[in-house]
Design a protein around this ligand. Structure first.
Ligand code: C2O
Ligand code: CU
Length: 499
């Protein structure tokens, strides 16, 4: 039906009236939404500079922070300044155009002219002194000793324990190598770029001289931008001539942002240590792969057979140990993963795991919102984002338990600085094997881990995801000891950007 165009009908007049009201309503709703979004954006922005020191960081500390103890500056938390060094090294950090294993080039970093940087070796009890020189890295740089429970002043986190070292500047790190084991070091300024680009190296603390020396080999695995995986920069196979019958401790280190695994062809290994802590009575591992979270280490004991070689494998790379001319065939990735929750046998731990002084939740989620003024799909901790995530407050001497729950659909390799945590349960199932101490723990999608630690190392410690782009996207917070302050600043005008 067609109506006369010159004669408005009842219904079109009603439409006209309705649309005026509707337009008004839409404008009002839009304004409210825009104002709301604007407020969320404004509220998410971090100040130009800010401090993690509780006094200056109103609203950031956890409500549990109540005591009025004397304040200790984080820079004072260091080893005896008069003790001479047993191991000393200069590290010259430079930016450089580098070539990856596929022939492409990338903007990367070198330490003393190469990447990875030199392996640092110390004996248990040694005073280690490393002088970092930033030759020309425009963003500034630092060195963090991943997995080494150093004193807080030496932790190398820009904006928390020091300022990023500017081009032409230097910083001296000094720490006592207390716990033997396999570690690594890397930049903790703009770490998501500097680490993948080559600013890292291995650090091995050998046991005290009373222990029988063993042959040991480092397997430092890394993927450079655009390249394939490497062991100490070499893609594919790396060989080390080793006499038949030799027992070797292979120190596997995962410096990538993602999980990897290792397994052995030609012999059955034992897993001696994880994250720089020996396991108790580790058994022979048959046809199982050993997982390494991002940042994690695994020490494997392998014996070179009488009549050939042994191959320690990881996707894309392998380490072959044997006499010249021998080889070991590759083995497919074992279908089963070794479960550390029940590997080895139990033994005493230095505190009562049944009676923690504090129990915290570290709930990982994700949602749409603003992080530091940028809209996106960001990680959340206990439902909060960015500067709204409270720091976890602890007191020296406390036993602190934490339940890490991953409510997202991606794995998160959770890394606490300055401490090793003991895994007590996974998805409610209690640990039944060797004490399982970690500093880098993969929490799979949907999984939850109960961990516990002794707060015996005062400081302000990062507790973050070691998939470093996730840390940039908000999966980062701190554990802070009551009374510890920092003079260093974070925020866009501070020059410090630890993630
Ligand atoms: Cu490998 Cu926050 O560090
Ligand atoms: Cu993550």
């Amino acid at each position: 039906m067609v109506s006369d165009p010159d004669r408005p009908t009842e219904s079109s007049g009603a439409d006209l009236r309705f649309s005026t009201t509707a337009r008004r309503a839409v404008v009002i709703i839009l304004s409210v939404v825009l104002l709301g979004l604007g407020w969320l954006w404004w509220d998410s922005r971090v100040p130009a500079t800010y401090s993690l020191a509780p006094a200056a960081a109103t609203g950031m500390a956890h409500p549990a922070q109540t005591s009025h103890t004397d304040q200790v500056d984080v820079t004072g938390l260091q080893a005896d300044p008069d003790r001479p060094a047993d191991v000393r090294m200069e590290l010259k950090a430079r930016s450089a155009t580098l070539r990856n294993s596929n022939g492409g080039s990338f903007q990367g970093y070198t330490l003393n002219g190469s990447t990875p940087g030199p392996e640092i070796r110390a004996r248990q009890g040694d005073m280690v002194e490393v002088v970092l020189h930033n030759i020309d890295i425009a963003d500034g740089t630092t060195v963090h000793w991943h997995g080494v429970d150093v004193t807080a002043a030496m932790d190398g986190v820009a904006g928390v324990t020091q300022d990023a070292v500017k081009p032409g500047g230097s910083f001296t790190y000094r720490f006592v190598a207390e716990d033997p084991g396999t570690y690594w070091y890397h930049a903790h300024q703009v770490s998501h770029e500097q680490v993948i680009g080559g600013h890292f190296g291995a650090l091995v603390i050998e046991p005290g001289s009373d222990e029988r020396p063993t042959s040991d080999v480092t397997m430092l695995m890394h993927t450079y931008p655009g390249g394939s995986r490497t062991i100490a920069g070499t893609p594919g196979e790396t060989r080390k001539d080793t006499a038949p019958g030799t027992t070797v401790r292979v120190r596997a280190i995962n410096t990538d942002n993602v999980t990897t695994s290792v397994w052995v062809a030609g012999a059955d290994p034992r897993l001696l240590a994880v994250d720089g802590r020996n396991l108790h009575e580790p058994g022979v591992v048959k046809n199982q792969r050993i997982r390494l979270a991002a940042g994690a280490r695994a020490d494997l004991e392998v014996t070179v057979p009488r009549d050939g070689a042994v191959r320690v494998q990881s996707p894309g790379v392998s380490l072959v140990l044997g006499p010249p001319g021998t080889g070991a065939p590759e083995a497919p990735t074992p279908a089963h993963e070794l479960d550390l929750l029940s590997y080895g046998t139990p033994t005493a731990v230095p505190f009562d795991v049944a009676a923690p002084d504090r129990a915290y939740d570290y709930d990982i989620g994700r949602r749409i919102g603003f992080l530091d003024g940028r809209p996106g799909f960001w990680w959340t901790i206990n439902g909060r984002m960015g500067r709204h995530v409270p720091m976890y407050m602890v007191r020296e001497g406390e036993v602190v338990s934490m339940r890490i729950t991953n409510r997202s659909s991606e794995v998160h390799p959770m890394h606490l600085h300055g401490h090793h945590v003991l895994v007590t349960a996974r998805d409610g199932r209690p640990a039944s094997g060797s004490p399982w101490w970690v500093d880098s723990l993969d929490v799979d999608a949907g999984e939850s881990f109960d961990v516990i630690f002794l707060a015996d190392n005062p400081g302000i410690w990062m507790d973050h995801c070691h998939n470093l782009p996730h840390a940039v996207e908000g999966l980062m917070t701190h554990i802070s000891y009551e009374g510890v302050t920092t003079p260093f600043l974070l925020g866009r005008d501070s020059g410090n950007e630890p993630e």
